[in-house]
Design a protein. Structure first.
Lengths: 338, 529
């Protein structure tokens, strides 16, 4: 079975349109982030989360009015929402503050929330989960998260620069940064909390969004040897078309499992699964329209004779070496063989 | 043929081993099948977020340890100066790493320096105006003290947790001065916190004066006498009207370090109390001090409050009792804390997470559902799209999952909820390798090669692509592992192991299956792909 058979789409023709679309999404995302901020989960922002399970069905409004009445300072800053399966009668309460980080007073706010519910008429309940994070941990986590993302991007760039020509590495990393920004934009549009799980998904996504790119680049490298009289433009287009089927299918299978997580993985994994779904879609799009386009911008439309001297796939790349006769003949032999 | 037989054998052995370690114990536990204990111990461990429990992050106030050292050294110098008749007006401690001696007479300068040389090894001395000397703790000493304080705090907490009887607790250091404590199955956070965070410092000191109702009543000439200190009693907050005060000797006769054991008992009025036994060294010291002070009071001081101050009737060697208005639970906890030794510094709780067993069970349920749905989607898709060869991919995929579970169980990795997400993603991403290989084989067949040639070309051409994609993903998993704690580490581990086992199954297992299929068939054999 084939989804795409011998396609000859001119993908690069659309590269300018693609850039515009990407920039529009990214700028809109930046606008939302600047004007409304990135909602941070309790792990990053600090604060108190209490998940309670009630004996009788209790509405979010009941809980909220209990807080308004009995929680010190009222409940106007509290987030109250139903949690998990409605049959379990669970409510999540999030307050942006936590007790002081000295001795055992961190849980004071939690005790106040519980006391506020006990004093009201919401009926019997038990606390099934809590999460209390002081400002220290949140601040440390934010900087660690940023560093992990940056370092992981640098790591991938270094590896790709080592394995491919530099322009390919740049293309892959720009595509990955693009994916991160677009995903962040969608997280901001849909107001998902930035949580540890979302960061994990973002990092995973950076690893996998390079996958499609690598597949296409590998093919470009292979075709550069076989299509030596064609322009870079044509080689890239041919490569994208030849790998189109697998690009779509591999993303499709990853997307299927991410959707399974999104719909069945439960409350905790929602943000994670959403990030993966968006990341996979934009990752596929960017491999075709961003990564390959950047290589074509970088290398222009000149014939690819020089590029044919790229070392063989199995040999790690040291530097572009146009005048090396031994390498040249080896590459040519390989090119003929395939 | 010989070659294939070995490959199949290898695959079967790998399958049996990993299924045995990774999958059998789970099924055995679920369906009550027999399984040996060594295998049960290897069973895949669940993270706190799945089985419920308490996760605490705390900071050790390492300044406390520095302050203690500075106080002790300044006291030693005070004693030494007094002994040698060197006059000074005051000794103060302006910060935790600094103390200052004021008012040394120029004539006694040499004598002072000599005394200071003998006492100070960990401090740098710098002279100031008017016979003032400032002693600053050496940087390296301060660092060592801080590190030691964290290690000691960790060991003490470990002992206390073990005494609490928590199964499989985990305690680890984070950064320079933070500890992460995980207590599976614990639901009473407050008790756990108070037991872990209580300083547990026991001191037995001879009472010079008291009890008195105000601190002022204990002063001599408006000052606390040299070598003495005032300690409040245990009733009421310090400064309360009904708090009593004791003037005691600064140097403790015996401290908690000299304890051999502490246990709950009853006092003469049948009230809960804690009995303690000293070790040999402590018993010797205690015997001497009590023998010398018969008829005086002995203050039993816990965490800076006098619990009781009984009269010493006779020389006491090794046994004593702490009485006060305790409940049964308090004496239980107190004995436990005393047995495990004092904390070298105070603890600040920075974060606190509790997951009730019901929340954990919910997570497991949704995780398993998502895994199952994900697996089914992939299987159906692969069978439809790749027909007969889809079976090949599905077998490789299931192999991959079994090896992943086995690896995780074997190395003792912890399965967390994000770990389950990693497991589900592994299916979707693992099957990618098969897709790449299959598409390449199709392409080669269309280019006119025979099935066997196409199959060989497909695997060898895609090999380096697969290595590249897997390494890129492993790089991000490595940074993720480094960044995260608990659940996220579980995710990174699952992902990384999944990637490694996927390389094996998608290349070795899948290729062997193709070879099996083509074995014994002629050149013209067709692949259903």
């Amino acid at each position: 079975m084939h989804i795409f058979k011998n396609t000859h789409y001119n993908f690069l023709r659309w590269r300018w349109h693609a850039l515009v679309v990407s920039w529009v999404i990214i700028i809109a995302g930046v606008f939302v982030i600047v004007t409304r901020g990135i909602p941070k989960g309790v792990e990053f922002a600090g604060g108190t989360v209490v998940i309670t399970q009630f004996e009788k069905p209790t509405s979010v409004q009941d809980v909220r009015s209990a807080l308004d009445k009995n929680f010190p300072g009222g409940g106007q800053y509290a987030v109250v929402q139903a949690y998990g399966d409605p049959a379990l009668k669970q409510v999540l309460i999030r307050v942006p503050s936590a007790g002081a980080e000295s001795g055992q007073s961190l849980s004071k706010t939690k005790d106040n929330v519980v006391a506020a519910l006990q004093k009201s008429d919401v009926g019997g309940f038990k606390v099934v989960g809590t999460e209390i994070v002081g400002p220290t941990v949140g601040a440390e986590l934010t900087s660690k998260g940023l560093w992990a993302t940056v370092l992981s991007l640098i790591g991938i760039l270094a590896y790709l620069a080592f394995r491919f020509q530099f322009s390919f590495g740049v293309g892959a990393v720009v595509a990955t940064i693009h994916d991160l920004l677009v995903t962040l934009a969608f997280l901001a549009f849909f107001r998902y909390d930035m949580s540890l799980n979302v960061i994990a998904a973002l990092l995973t996504m950076t690893g996998f969004s390079t996958n499609d790119t690598i597949v296409i680049f590998d093919r470009i490298r292979e075709n550069l040897r076989a299509m030596r009289r064609d322009s870079m433009y044509d080689v890239i287009n041919a490569s994208v078309n030849q790998t189109l089927g697998r690009t779509v299918i591999t993303s499709g299978t990853a997307l299927l499992t991410s959707l399974a997580l999104f719909f069945f993985g439960g409350e905790v994994l929602h943000g994670f699964a959403f990030t993966m779904v968006v990341g996979i879609i934009t990752g596929t799009y960017s491999s075709v329209f961003i990564a390959a386009a950047i290589v074509s911008f970088w290398r222009g439309s000149a014939p690819t004779r020089a590029a044919a001297h790229a070392p063989a796939v199995s040999a790690p790349q040291q530097a572009p070496a146009p005048q090396q006769p031994t390498r040249k003949s080896k590459a040519q032999r390989k090119a003929r063989a395939s | 043929m010989q070659n294939i037989r070995w490959k199949v054998l290898t695959i079967l052995v790998v399958f049996v081993v990993f299924a045995g370690v990774g999958v059998y114990p789970i099924l055995a536990a679920r369906f009550h099948w027999p399984s040996p204990t060594w295998l049960q111990e290897k069973q895949l461990k669940l993270g706190l977020d799945l089985k419920g429990g308490v996760n605490l992050e705390m900071r050790v106030q390492t300044d406390d340890a520095l302050k203690l050292e500075t106080d002790q050294e300044s006291e030693r110098l005070r004693d030494e100066l007094t002994k040698r008749g060197v006059m000074f007006t005051n000794i103060t401690t302006p910060s935790v790493t600094e103390f200052r001696v004021e008012g040394i007479q120029p004539a006694q300068d040499a004598a002072f320096r000599q005394a200071a040389n003998e006492v100070q090894t960990n401090f740098d001395r710098s002279p100031g105006a008017n016979g003032t000397y400032t002693f600053t703790m050496k940087q390296s000493v301060a660092q060592t003290l801080r590190d030691e304080a964290v290690v000691q705090a960790r060991e003490t907490i470990e002992r206390r947790i073990n005494e609490l009887g928590v199964t499989e607790p985990s305690i680890s250091q984070q950064g320079t001065d933070q500890l992460l404590v995980q207590l599976p199955g614990v639901s009473d956070v407050d008790k756990a916190k108070s037991i872990m965070g209580s300083p547990g410092l026991l001191e037995l000191k001879i009472v010079e004066q008291g009890p008195a109702s105000t601190q002022e009543a204990l002063l001599v000439n408006g000052q606390v006498p040299t070598g003495m200190e005032i300690v409040p009693g245990s009733t009421g907050a310090p400064g309360d009207a009904n708090t009593s005060y004791y003037l005691v000797r600064k140097v403790a006769a015996v401290t908690g370090r000299d304890l051999r054991n502490a246990r709950p008992s009853l006092d003469e009025n049948n009230q809960p109390a804690v009995s303690f036994t000293l070790n040999n060294e402590g018993g010797r010291k205690f015997g001497q001090v009590t023998g010398d002070n018969i008829g005086r009071q002995l203050a039993i001081i816990l965490d800076g409050r006098v619990q009781s101050a009984p009269r010493i009737d006779s020389r006491i060697q090794t046994d004593g009792r702490i009485t006060g208005s305790f409940t049964n639970e308090e004496v239980q906890n107190l004995s436990l804390i005393l047995r495990s030794g004092a904390l070298p510094a105070r603890l600040d709780y920075l974060s606190e997470r509790t997951i009730g067993p019901s929340l954990g069970a919910d997570s497991i349920r949704s995780g398993v559902t998502a895994s199952f749905v994900g697996l089914m989607l992939i299987v159906v898709f692969m069978l439809i799209y790749y027909k007969f060869s889809g079976i090949n991919a599905v077998v490789a995929l299931i192999f991959n999952l079994i090896i992943l579970l086995g690896l995780m169980a074997y190395i003792g990795a912890v399965m967390t909820l994000p770990g389950i997400a990693g497991f589900v993603l592994t299916m979707g991403i693992g099957v990618d390798s098969n897709v790449l290989i299959f598409e390449r084989i199709k392409e080669e067949i269309e280019a006119g090669r025979s099935s066997r040639q196409a199959m060989n070309a497909g695997f060898s051409r895609v090999f380096w692509t697969l290595v590249d994609t897997h390494i890129a993903a492993l790089i991000s998993a490595a940074f993720l592992f480094n960044f995260g704690t608990g659940p996220i580490r579980g995710f990174a581990t699952t992902l990384a192991l999944g990637l490694v086992s996927n390389l094996f199954t998608s290349i070795f297992v899948s290729k062997t299956l193709f070879e099996l299929e083509l074995a014994g068939r002629g050149q013209g054999a067709q692949l259903s792909i």
